[in-house]
Unconditional design. Structure first.
Length: 183
């Protein structure tokens, strides 16, 4: 009879003798005390080999879990980054749309260059004031760029406030502090 059969028989016998609710360790101690030294050596060797395999399996499972968690974190980070890039691209596209609207409006615009307008002044970004009648292309470009930047900033500001309104409405809250504190 092979050693594994003997071990299986021993396990079966201890299980039967111990019965439910009894002290399995006591019955196992008695069964082991009846074994020959060579049987004990074989059993100890098999037990040790199985424990080593168990430790290796546990270590591998832990490494697998850590690798899976690392990949999950990397996937989340990549999704967040991709979403941020999409939002940035969409924001850039919206700002380009504002610039196109301004350009379209400038092409459709009709103005009469009256003496009153030509004598009127406007401020440049550095604070210098120049009249419409004396302003150069570069000065008009500076003023237009200033207005375009303000239009974009105003559009972004308006969007933030509209988003806050949406959050408040969804949460049924009267102010953002209520939403944040969970009150």
């Amino acid at each position: 009879m092979d050693t594994l059969d003997t071990i299986h028989e021993l396990v079966t016998r201890v299980d039967a003798e111990a019965g439910p609710g009894s002290d399995v360790h006591r019955v196992a101690d008695q069964a082991v005390a009846r074994l020959q030294r060579s049987q004990l050596n074989v059993m100890a060797s098999l037990w040790l080999a199985e424990e080593v395999k168990s430790v290796r399996r546990a270590r591998t499972q832990q490494a697998e879990r850590l690798a899976e968690e690392a990949q999950t974190r990397r996937d989340r980070r990549e999704r967040r980054q991709a979403a941020a890039e999409r939002r940035e691209e969409e924001s850039y596209e919206r700002m380009e749309a504002i610039a196109r609207i301004i350009q379209d409006h400038s092409r459709a615009l009709r103005m009469e260059w009256t003496e009153e307008l030509l004598a009127s002044g406007f401020a440049l970004p550095d604070g210098e004031v120049v009249t419409w009648g004396d302003a150069t292309i570069g000065q008009h470009q500076q003023r237009a760029s200033m207005f375009e930047a303000n239009a974009q900033a105003n559009a972004q500001g308006a969007a933030r406030h509209l988003h806050a309104i949406q959050v408040l409405t969804t949460a049924g809250a009267s102010c953002l502090r209520e939403v944040v504190s969970g009150e």
